[in-house]
Design a protein around this ligand. Structure first.
Ligand code: PMP
Length: 429
């Protein structure tokens, strides 16, 4: 990887901290610089080819540089009509989301997940007149001040687990913000209930990933999301689903459709537009009316630019094709089963957990992980070696062990990944 190594040195001279990739976050042994990508393959600048299960951290659900998307983006770039005036495309995209997503009665478009999350928090604050939020350990809601914390497993930074009887506080994270965040373990409905009982008239919202994908890939326990829904109804707080990962990945209607629990507000990004910077904050009329009435500002020079909306529409058109999700789920299950078999045959304690379209792999003797702190049972060095071993043999998964399936993977790709994984598992012995 000599060309990549050279570019890494060059990057450090002009980019704070060097590259922007996950290399910095997960201490990858080689920071790969990519040259191009096509379908399910990415190619680095040293001429190596990788079967890709990172999908650029999720967005490439229809594969890299899909011709339909490239065509539509080019068409609307060439037309030269950006945000300068109203345009039909914005309405068309909103109508599509309205058709598919249960809670999407009204919406606005933003440029990324982080700003759409902030808009949802604003809406909740404005409608309730409250400023406290409940969020969960291990969930990630973007990199902006008030929510950019909560992923560390470092005991000192994290503090002891709250005593359910006293419900300890975490301080407002953003200096100068009056927001206060209460950090609770996920999948513990009783603790959320007790917290709501104590702070009933000051909780603006509960925000959650409906599937915890930023730490492992952990499904909600039976009744957990339903319980959050009931509590929010009872106390007049907003239930916010952060569907940045689950949106258009678990299906056209997101995790809310998949689980049959409708939040008040939710956020869609990543897979909605194949990596083009557009996201959506969607919600029920009675919440989103604060934007309609101008009580909450939604602006942004670049929001709703035509080529971005065209990318989202083109992506959704492909996802709407008959059988797309059956395919993605089928391939995902084939890969999960294959990895489990490979683990068994090689005597490795590889836990494969998640949903077909995305899942997590790591080494632990625990049979099922159901909340953040249990991630401590994972043998982190071994998990890292597994991911690195795969990369060495031309299969890329996200550094923390997350795998994403696209609509253009085939059974042959899946079989190949299983074969390579088995080789790496044997080498790890
Ligand atoms: N929420 C969730 C659940 C995410 O996974 C992410 C990004 N990984 C974000 C919010 C932030 O989105 P973005 O990176 O587009 O700002």
């Amino acid at each position: 990887h000599s060309r990549s190594a050279e570019l890494l040195e060059r990057s450090k001279k002009v980019l704070a901290g060097g590259v922007s990739s996950e290399f910095r976050k997960f201490n990858h042994p080689h920071a790969l610089f990519y040259d191009h990508a096509d379908g399910v393959y990415t190619y680095d600048v040293d001429g190596n080819k990788y079967l890709d299960f990172t999908l650029s951290q999720g967005p490439m659900i229809v594969g890299h540089s899909h011709p339909h998307i490239v065509r539509r983006v080019r068409e609307y770039s060439e037309k030269g009509q950006l945000y300068a005036g109203q345009h039909l495309l914005e309405i068309e995209l909103a109508e599509k989301l309205n058709k598919h997503i249960p809670s999407a009665e009204l919406m606005r478009f933003c440029l990324d997940g982080s700003t759409a999350v902030q808009t949802a928090l604003r809406v909740a604050r404005a409608k309730t007149g409250r400023n406290k939020f409940i969020r969960f350990e291990g969930h990630y809601h973007g990199w902006l001040d008030n929510v950019s914390w909560g992923l560390t497993l470092d005991e000192e930074k994290m503090g002891p687990r709250e005593n359910p009887d006293t419900v300890a506080w975490t301080e407002g994270i953003a200096k100068g913000s009056s927001d206060e965040f209460i950090l609770l373990p996920w999948n513990d409905l009783e603790l959320v209930k007790k917290t709501m009982e104590v702070y009933h008239d000051s909780i603006a919202a509960i925000i959650t990933e409906p599937i915890m994908c930023n730490s492992g890939c952990i499904l909600p326990e039976e009744g957990f999301l339903e319980g959050l829904r009931e509590l929010c109804d009872h106390y007049g707080s907003a239930l916010i689903f952060d569907e940045v990962i689950t949106g258009f990945r678990t299906g056209l209607g997101g995790a809310q459709k998949h689980f049959g629990v409708t939040p008040d507000l939710s956020i869609f990004a990543k897979a909605m537009a194949s990596g083009y910077p557009i996201s959506a904050i969607v919600g029920k009329k009675e919440w989103m009316h604060v934007i309609a009435e101008g009580k909450v500002i939604h602006a942004g020079t670049m929001n709703s630019a035509c080529p971005l909306i065209a990318a989202a529409l083109a992506t959704i058109e492909i996802l709407e094709e008959e059988g797309t999700y059956e395919r993605i789920y089928g391939l995902g299950h084939q890969l999960m089963d294959g990895l489990r078999n490979a683990a068994q045959e090689t005597g490795q304690n590889l836990l494969v957990q998640g949903l077909g379209p995305m899942f997590h792999t790591g080494f632990t003797n625990v049979g099922k992980v159901k909340e953040f702190r249990e991630l401590r049972t994972y043998e982190q060095p071994k998990s890292k070696m597994f991911v690195h071993g795969l990369q060495q043999k031309g299969v890329r998964v996200i550094g923390r062990g997350l795998w994403y399936i696209s609509a253009v993977h085939t059974e042959e790709h899946i079989d190949h990944a299983i074969k390579i994984a088995k080789e790496v598992l044997l080498e790890l012995k």
